[in-house]
Design a protein around this ligand. Sequence first.
Ligand code: EPU
Length: 332
Amino acid sequence: MSIKYNVQLKPYNSFRTIALARIFCEPQTVEDLSNAIKHFHNERKVVLGAGCNLFFTRDFDGVVIKPGMKGITIVAETDEYVDIEAGASEEWDQFVGFCVSHGYAGIENLSLIPSSVGASPIQNIGAYGSEVKDTIVRVKAVHINTGEYHEFTNEECAFGYRDSHFKRTGNYVITSVVFRLNKRFVFKDKYVDVSRELQGIASPSISQVRDAIIRIRTRKLPDFSLLPNAGSFFKNPLLTKEEKDALQRILPDAPIYNAGEKEFKTSAAFLIEEAGYKGKRKGMVGTYEHHALIIVNYGTESGQEIVAFMKEIQQEVKKQFDILLEPEVWIY
Ligand code: EPU
């Protein structure tokens, strides 16, 4: 297994902030990972997937683990579905492309999300009315402190909106994920942007849906290889009925969606835009001109500068609408 020291993390995070990892290891197998964890049991640890949902504000005095498990294998099959296991380091969109090209349905709406397979359950990635939790049957992982191997059922993952047991505890390194996908694809009209994009096609195929989503995302979201960013910076706020009513008194046009946990959800992008922060730039950091929820990096290497801008947006939204936006990205 490769172990390196004093590794620059800039290429490993899509915001392109600088920080040194004192120790950096890339285990290729579950056994390697378990051994590395036991070997470095006294060190602080952090896990890196594709690095598209986190950034660094300082050097990391511990071990950065970048799981390298590869492989896509069908582990069970019936007339209706396939169970496919994919290694943690498989690139998410390549995996989606593989499934769509074989007609395996369930994750096509999650096309083009920058992620690794291993990171997908951690924050329960979601887009266009789909969440990855609805396709996951098992998650295989190793405990970050003991090195012990454990398999989680879907229920044990305790998924929520951009949330899971793994995110809440920070205790596991995911090594592979088993997805159950349908062999039959039925288009469900559940997101207006997608329906609009597919207008005129009576019953779209799975590939047409994937292509439509790729077109929408390409138009709306900045490519981090050209303009560094970490996707949606904040979560869409969950609100109680009282909080929702209070918001509607100040902003009658605020979009309100039904949500499970706290009853209602509003749009963080809308609040940021209303607060006057869409396309606003401060020094080398700003929000994207076409989408207020994305913070983009115009050329700083300092994570602190991004944090300062994040705090400014939080304060302004809190002051104007009495809602505290929580970051969706991880900040180290
Ligand atoms: N809106 C604005 N101003 C903007 C952009 C959007 O007011 O600049 C409002 C509009 O009312 C729009 C609504 O926000 O209808 C929702 O916008 P969008 O469909 O882009 O969704 P989002 O809530 O901003 C979420 C996910 C995205 C995912 C999209 C599409 C979160 C935190 N983000 O964004 O996920 O791609 O839905 O389903 O839930 C990510 O997590 O990194 C991510 C990109």
